[in-house]
Structure formats: structure tokens, C-alpha cells
Design a protein around this ligand. Structure first.
Ligand SMILES: NC(=O)c1ccc[n+]([C@@H]2O[C@H](COP(=O)([O-])OP(=O)(O)OC[C@H]3O[C@@H](n4cnc5c(N)ncnc54)[C@H](O)[C@@H]3O)[C@@H](O)[C@H]2O)c1
Length: 276
């Protein structure tokens, strides 16, 4: 196949893994590929293999993708002989599996600097060349962790708790028509015993099944749910609604009990912990 015949691509993190496989496939499809990686020797070995299969199809370039000036040099080094850049694959990335308390600032910064800033610098560097050629494609690698949190196995855990967020947007409020965001708390509510009316706007509603139970609803939609599973307890609500501005008594009309609701949640949370 030659779906990429005549195209020039840059693939980051191409010394091994997915990046090397992408580079190889692109060459098979007829593209010329600049393989970027901070591991220069490994990268050169992959490029040699590709050039042996098709001459002048691969170029190995050493780059740490967090090097902003280096990116500009790379675009010139690729664009000079090959005429420009049509495709950028931002594949290089690093992963550190460390819980919050073990991940220090330097590690956190390095991951952000590589996976986020590095990809940004690449896009910024190639776009002028793509514009000059009338268009191009940029492929940024994310991960399942880009759309679901991970603390051990949160998706699995969430499924066990029986609560899922719907992809909706409920309780919309127009300007300062606060009444549109009102949710009535029935008397005797197990989580909110002292609150009667709360303000939660623009939230995602919940799908609830055992062992979870709904503690607050409006018009038949689940707004707040709680669940206990194993040693854990969860309270879920689809909006971080206890902002200062909703609890400090200045913005919302006095009828709203958001501050009391916050106190209710604290008391409920404490009540879920086991006494030693
Ligand atoms: N492998 C998986 O299961 C998986 C799952 C989801 C997402 N991803 C994503 O796919 C991409 C590739 O994954 P992989 O498993 O092939 O990774 P890998 O660790 O095998 O290869 C990554 C390459 O990127 C290079 N690299 C790292 N930091 C760099 C930097 N600052 N500058 C230049 N090069 C750098 C490394 O030298 C390495 O050659 C990553 O972005 C990763 O987050 C991977």
C-alpha cells in the first residue's frame, strides 16, 4: 500500500515501542520519516533498518522533545532535504507509577514537561511548515489515563461501587436565575440532615445501581449517590459545587443551604470512618 506516498512525517519516541512501529508502518506506506528520540543510537539502528528496506526513507535525529530550540533545528533538518513536514506524530512519552505521596515535584514536572509541553513544542514547531504546504496532520498520543483517573484500578473500583456518571449536563442556569439551580433536600435525608435547599448547577447526573443508593434527585434524575463497598465509602456528585462563592453567603440568596450542606458532608464522611 502507499497511502502516504510523497508525505514527510516526524515521529517522536521512535527508537522503540509504538513510535518505532509507527515509523516502520509509515515507511511501508510510502512516507519519508524523521525518527526523533533522545536515545540517539537506538533511533539510528531503527532508521538504518528502514533505509535498508527503502533507501532515503528514514532519518534518525537526536532530540529531547522538551528542547524548544532543538525543535526548530529539527524542522529545518527535515524540511531542508525533504521539502517540509506533512505529519507529526507526538508519540514520545514517559510514565511514572507513583502515588501522590511518593511522586515528588521534580518527577511530576518531568512527566508534564515531556508528555504535555514536549508535544506542544512539536506542534508549534511544525505548523508553519504544514501551513506552507497547504495542510498537515498532527497525531497526539494520549492514554486511557487521559479520560479516566487511575488510583490502582479506579474504573473497576467505580464499577464495584455501582456509580457511573452520565454524559449529560443537567440543571443549567441562565445568568443569575439561581432558582434554576435549586435542588430540594427532603426531610430526613441521610447525608444532608440540616440542609433544605441547595444550589448545584450544570452537573452530570448519575447512573446508580447496588450497592449504591441515591440520596438526592431532581425530576427523576440522580444528583447525589452514596455507596459502601469493602472498606470504602463514596459520595458522588457531578459538579464541584461547594465553591467559596456558593458557600460564603454573598452570591446566592439566603434560602440556599450550601454551607450547611458542606458541613453535612463533612459529618457524613466522618461517620463513615471506622473508630479504632
Ligand atoms: N505502551 C502502552 O501500553 C501505552 C498505553 C497508552 C498510551 N501509551 C502512550 O504511547 C506512547 C508510546 O508508548 P511506548 O509504550 O511505545 O513507550 P516506550 O517507553 O516504549 O517508548 C517511548 C520512547 O520515547 C522516548 N522518549 C521519552 N522521553 C523523551 C524525550 N523527552 N525526548 C525524546 N524522546 C523521548 C524514549 O526514549 C522511548 O524511545 C507514549 O506516549 C505512551 O504514553 C502507551
Amino acid at each position: 500500500m502507499s497511502r502516504l506516498a510523497g508525505k514527510v512525517a516526524i515521529v517522536t519516541g521512535a527508537a522503540r515501542g509504538i513510535g518505532a512501529a509507527v515509523a516502520e508502518r509509515f515507511v511501508l506506506e510510502g512516507a519519508r520519516v524523521a525518527l526523533l528520540d533522545k536515545r540517539a543510537e537506538l533511533c539510528a539502528a531503527v532508521a538504518d533498518r528502514l533505509n535498508a528496506a527503502r533507501s532515503d526513507s528514514a532519518l534518525a535525529l537526536a532530540l529531547d522533545i522538551t528542547d524548544e530550540a532543538g525543535w526548530l533545528r529539527i524542522v529545518e533538518e527535515v524540511g531542508g532535504p525533504w521539502g517540509g513536514v506533512d505529519i507529526l506524530v507526538n508519540n514520545a512519552g514517559i510514565m511514572r507509577v507513583q502515588p501522590l505521596t511518593e511522586c515528588d515535584g521534580d518527577t511530576f514536572r518531568k512527566v508534564i514537561e515531556t508528555n504535555l509541553v514536549g508535544a506542544y513544542l512539536g506542534m508549534r514547531a511544525v505548523v508553519p511548515s504544514m501551513q506552507a504546504r497547504g495542510g498537515g496532520s498532527i497525531i497526539n498520543f494520549s492514554s486511557a489515563q487521559g479520560f479516566e483517573g487511575r488510583f490502582g484500578m479506579p474504573a473497576y473500583t467505580a464499577s464495584k461501587f455501582g456509580i457511573r456518571f452520565n454524559e449529560d449536563h443537567f440543571n443549567l442556569v441562565n445568568g443569575s436565575q439561581y432558582e434554576q439551580g435549586a435542588i430540594t433536600v427532603p426531610a430526613g435525608n441521610p447525608v444532608f440532615p440540616t440542609s433544605r435547599k441547595v444550589y448545584i448547577k450544570e452537573l452530570a447526573t448519575l447512573q446508580v445501581k447496588g450497592p449504591a443508593t441515591t440520596v438526592l434527585s431532581k425530576e427523576g434524575r440522580n444528583i447525589v449517590a452514596v455507596a459502601r463497598y469493602g472498606k470504602g465509602a463514596v459520595l458522588a456528585v457531578g459538579d464541584p459545587w461547594l465553591y467559596n462563592e456558593y458557600t460564603d453567603g454573598r452570591k446566592l440568596p439566603a434560602a440556599y443551604d450550601n454551607f450547611k450542606a458542606a458541613q453535612d458532608i463533612v459529618r457524613w464522611t466522618i461517620s463513615q470512618t471506622k473508630k479504632k
